[in-house]
Ligand binder design. Structure first.
Ligand code: ZN
Length: 56
């Protein structure tokens, strides 16, 4: 029986995303219009999207 243990990853916040180029997506915090904003950037091709899921 495959039971879900308490230590199983549930809603992990350390989820990794990868760009279509194969590079890893890194989250960056930038200041824009005096507001803090988080963007996702591919560390390989430097593509920037609003959220990691936009790289798919
Ligand atoms: Zn990329």
């Amino acid at each position: 029986m495959a039971q879900v243990s308490k230590n199983a990853r549930t809603g992990s916040s350390t989820q990794r995303f990868y760009c279509s180029c194969g590079g890893e997506i890194k989250m960056k915090t930038i200041f824009e219009n005096s507001k803090v904003r988080t963007i996702a950037e591919c560390e390989k091709c430097k593509r920037v999207e609003r959220r990691p899921s936009d790289f798919k």
